[in-house]
Design a protein around this ligand. Sequence first.
Ligand SMILES: NC(=O)c1ccc[n+]([C@@H]2O[C@H](COP(=O)([O-])OP(=O)(O)OC[C@H]3O[C@@H](n4cnc5c(N)ncnc54)[C@H](OP(=O)(O)O)[C@@H]3O)[C@@H](O)[C@H]2O)c1
Length: 260
Amino acid sequence: MNSLSKPARWAVITGASDGIGRAFAVELAARNWGCVLVARRGDMLEALADELGANRCLILPLDLADPGATDLLAHATADLPVELLVAAAGFGTSGPLAGAAREDELTMIDVNCRAVTAQVHLFAGRMAAQGRGGIILFSSLVAFQGVPRSANYAATKAYIQTLAEGLRPELKPYGVNVLSVAPGPIASGFAARAGLTMGMSQTPDVVAKAALAALGKTTTVKPGWLAKLLITSLGFLPRWGRTLVVGQIMAGMTKGKAGA
Ligand SMILES: NC(=O)c1ccc[n+]([C@@H]2O[C@H](COP(=O)([O-])OP(=O)(O)OC[C@H]3O[C@@H](n4cnc5c(N)ncnc54)[C@H](OP(=O)(O)O)[C@@H]3O)[C@@H](O)[C@H]2O)c1
């Protein structure tokens, strides 16, 4: 890499091969950030790096379900001035938990919670030491109540929401901002992997733009008009009522799926 063209600030973006993580990479590269692109599909990361400019990207094809992945990430970024973590890698499942493949459900906890906690631990320490930084975590509208037919996924997102709320005041004195992003339905690879059919949705760039604008200003952002509409409609209900309504929405989204 030519040192003259090397970006001064770097972001680590997990889940950069698709959807929301990819949209963050596009948005950050346009703002002159260097991007460490992490996901399993190295071919998609390479294509993205070609699009953004190879001199501003470092590609790290990693399976974040692997307990050693954070050590590899730590090693690969040791000499980079990382100022932002966008921990977007994650996936969901749908259908009753009792009928689901146990390994998939446990891997989801590994990717959505365990790996994110390890990344936060790594970069929060480094950012606090350098006196500045930002950490963007991915919750969801499903994080704010239990969700039948997505019970484990919703629980992983509740974990992230709670983690972000606690971390923000911990890290603020060190100049490190923490943001929880709680999107509504977003058109990405997410629905196909989760076995869901989305009716209305918004595009991933809406999430990236809103989150970057909200970082440092608030604890949680619900990006886009659709998320705001849904949260406002549900906001009048008690928690058990939200579980009932969101369960009905999930039933519609998993209609026709075997075992759902
Ligand atoms: N889309 C929505 O409606 C929605 C709503 C609320 C919250 N969210 C959250 O937003 C985040 C991003 O989702 P998305 O919509 O962008 O989904 P997506 O398009 O399916 O992208 C998910 C990303 O995570 C990566 N990933 C999945 N498993 C991985 C693993 N084991 N190791 C490394 N990378 C892995 C995928 O890359 P590889 O497959 O190449 O590994 C991909 O880049 C997730 O945390 C999701 O829970 C999404």
